[in-house]
Structures are given as C-alpha cells and as structure tokens.
Design a protein around this ligand. Structure first.
Ligand code: PNS
Length: 162
C-alpha cells in the first residue's frame, strides 16, 4: 500500500526550512500532502489563497507533493485523506515539548496514525515563520531563508503599508 503523509502547519509564510522538510518527505513517502491550517483565530499575514499558491508554485515540479487546506482536528483530516503519517519538523530541543504533546495527543485521538519527526538541514534550524516576519518588517534581510516568491511578496506587503 502506498504511504501517504500529511505535513500540517500554518505556513505563514512558507520558509526554506519547510521546503527542506517537504522535499525530504517527498523522497521518503509515496505522496506528501502539505496541509495548511485554516486558523480562524489568528490574523495571518499571507491569506490562505496566497499560501496555497506559493506552496504549489514552489513544488510545481514535484508530482508527489500536494497542497491542501484543512479545518478542525488534524487526525480527522488525516483519516479523511486515508493517510497514515503526520510529518513534523524538529529544529531544536525547544520544539520538542510542544511537538511531543501534540504527537501524544494525536496518538490518543487516533492510534492508527504515526507522527514522524524530521530534521531540516542545519542552516535552517533557527528559522521560523514568526522570526522571518519580524526581521523583514524591521528592515532585515531574509534572502536565502525563504523561497524567492515569498521574499517578493513580503516586499510587496511592506510597500503597500508605506
Ligand atoms: O505551523 P504550526 O502553527 O506549528 O502548526 C500547528 C498545527 C497546524 C500542526 C496544529 O495547530 C494542529 O494540528 N491544528 C489542528 C487542530 C488540532 O488537531 N489540534 C490538536 C493537535 S494535538
């Protein structure tokens, strides 16, 4: 049976750390679905449509990478998609506590689904979407840390605010 993995997250915005994890997942699993959370509580910088468009554009040459959105419980979405694995990236020990809690909660909610942790390449271990937004909005360089399309969109957003 082909192994289908789901890589969930907010991706606001997609970083090269995410790209690294998705690429690794695409080599390891038959198919990986990048599942972007529809989060009604947070006001994202990038709309859901933009996040889907960017991720699809970055992986347009990877036929086994699919981009989708989800709402509600992650395990319900994974089950609906007939996937077996949840992929999460682990950058540092500081990620571990929350990731451990989520993996165990998801395991309790649906014991048939496995969480697999993957580490990005070393140069991406300190990147987070939050830090990218903060650094860029304060005039810092994020080149090489996010896909070029994300950098261009960040610039557009900053210009629009001026
Ligand atoms: O990119 P993020 O914000 O770290 O991703 C967090 C995400 C989307 C994986 C998590 O918030 C999630 O799974 N949300 C869906 C609701 C859910 O299932 N919550 C219980 C998780 S134990």
């Amino acid at each position: 049976m082909p192994t289908l993995a789901v890589y969930p997250g907010s991706f606001d915005p997609l970083t090269n750390g995410h790209v690294d994890i998705i690429s690794r997942g695409a080599r390891l699993f038959d198919r990986i679905i990048v599942a972007i959370l529809v989060n009604r509580e947070k006001a994202p910088l990038f709309s859901m449509e933009e996040r889907v468009e960017i991720t699809r554009a970055v992986f347009r040459e990877h036929p086994n990478v699919e981009v989708d959105t989800f709402d509600g419980l992650l395990v319900d979405y994974v089950e609906r998609r007939h996937a077996q694995v949840i992929v999460r990236g682990l950058r540092a020990v500081s990620d571990f506590e929350l990731e451990f809690q989520m993996a165990l909660m998801n395991q309790r909610l649906n014991a048939a689904i496995q969480t697999v942790f993957m580490m990005p390449a070393e140069q991406y271990t300190y990147i987070s979407s939050r830090l990218i937004k903060e650094v860029f909005s304060l005039g810092g360089r994020v080149h090489g840390l996010v896909p070029d399309m994300v950098e261009a969109r960040l610039r557009d957003k900053l210009d629009a605010k001026r």
